[in-house]
Write a protein that binds this ligand. Structure first.
Ligand SMILES: NC(=O)c1ccc[n+]([C@@H]2O[C@H](COP(=O)([O-])OP(=O)(O)OC[C@H]3O[C@@H](n4cnc5c(N)ncnc54)[C@H](O)[C@@H]3O)[C@@H](O)[C@H]2O)c1
Length: 347
């Protein structure tokens, strides 16, 4: 059966990869993107060949410029769809240290607006997939973090996302809405904003500039290739909803790699002579994060396929080939913050 999917934040990194994935894989699906095109959103991320106006009005992708907090607009768009995939958020941990008001406004209140629209149009909504984050857990208390790990968000970004995550859960618990929550671990891949660590390292290496590592670089993360994430969401859109309502599902690989190791791999794979330099640690740093993958395997029959080394090679190739896309954003790679030691530093 064909679907019409509302994708909030569809002009961002993961959202646009998902939009492209859906339109390429399902020739009869339609996608409606709502995006406010903040500094992180970019029309060039969207596959233009599917766009409505560019295709004599016959495209399967329509784009709405607007704020996810605009109740009337969100209401109208939800009323035209059967599936909602909610990505829209302020998404950068470091930026949330520097200026956090907008994080609570977009990530929490925006999620409330979307959830309220789903409540109003529950007769036609098959499911809402909420994109939360593994950051809600804080530093790992066990080798592998499962979905019952306690929530100890360590940054304003993580706490805003924890609020949104539990808000969505409560709409299932209170109104029995078809809500499902995913907690992806660190994503990387094409179209990722340069402020995030993997593209920051890659573009610094390609420019011959130093690769800047926070603290001693020992902070470890579980790295998920964005294409694997899209496949998990595909499974989630099509699995029987009875098993999924109100569930939280981690999306990760069960392997963690330190930031310093990534810097070293990027150096090796690009062949750059750029040095690795160290700056103060980020306040509220999470030191280790590795996903348990059992629940995703059991509920969705999904597991990540792309090994980090292979995903990194693909990502480096993409940034090499798409210099025009990223060159104008070079200045956004770093932002000033006050470090744990009280110093103002560019991070
Ligand atoms: N990138 C990761 O590693 C990662 C990991 C786990 C979870 N997530 C979550 O996945 C989602 C997408 O992350 P991303 O990395 O693609 O983020 P991103 O910053 O690249 O994209 C966010 C998109 O949301 C849009 N947006 C922001 N505020 C908006 C508003 N008020 N109204 C409408 N649109 C708005 C932006 O314009 C942008 O297109 C987020 O919810 C994030 O918290 C990301």
């Amino acid at each position: 059966m064909s679907k019409t999917i509302l994708v909030t934040g569809g002009a961002g990194f993961i959202g646009s990869n998902f939009v492209r994935y859906v339109l390429e894989k399902y020739p009869d699906y339609k996608v409606v993107v709502l995006d406010m095109l903040t500094y992180a959103g970019n029309m060039e991320n969207l596959p233009q060949q599917y766009m409505n106006p560019g295709n004599n009005g016959h495209g399967r992708l329509s784009f709405w410029y607007g704020n996810v907090r605009n109740g009337e607009l969100v209401d109208t768009l939800v009323s035209q769809c059967d599936t909602v995939v909610h990505f829209a958020a302020e998404s950068h941990v470091t930026r949330s240290i520097y200026d956090n008001w907008i994080f609570f406004e977009t990530d929490v209140m925006g999620t409330q607006v979307v959830s309220n629209a789903v409540l109003k149009h529950q007769d036609r909504i098959d499911r809402m997939i909420h994109i939360s984050t593994s950051e809600v857990y804080g530093t790992a208390r066990a080798e592998l973090m499962d979905e019952d790990h306690r929530l100890m968000p360590m940054s304003p970004y993580a706490s805003a996302k924890a609020g949104a995550d539990r808000l969505v859960y409560s709409y299932w618990a209170t109104y029995q809405l078809p809500m499902v929550i995913v907690r992806p671990f660190n994503n990387y891949g094409p179209y990722q904003h340069l402020e995030k660590v993997v593209p920051r390292f890659i573009t610094s290496a390609l420019l011959g500039e130093p690769l800047t590592v926070h603290g001693d670089g020992s902070a470890q993360r579980d790295w998920l290739y964005v294409g694997d994430h899209c496949q998990a969401l595909d499974k989630l859109m099509h699995a029987p909803m009875d098993n999924l309502k109100g569930e939280v599902i981690n999306l990760g690989t069960a392997r963690s790699i330190s930031v310093l190791e990534i810097a070293q791999m990027v150096k090796e794979m690009t062949g750059t002579h750029s040095p690795i330099v160290f700056v103060g640690d980020r306040p509220g740093q999470v030191f280790r994060h590795t996903s348990s993958t059992e629940k995703a395997r059991n509920l969705l029959d999904w597991q990540a396929k792309v090994k980090f080394e292979e995903g990194l090679e693909r990502t480096i190739a993409w940034y090499r080939e798409n210099r025009k896309w990223w060159e104008k954003g070079i200045w956004l790679r770093q932002i000033p913050i006050r470090t744990a030691a009280g110093k103002i530093e560019m991070h």
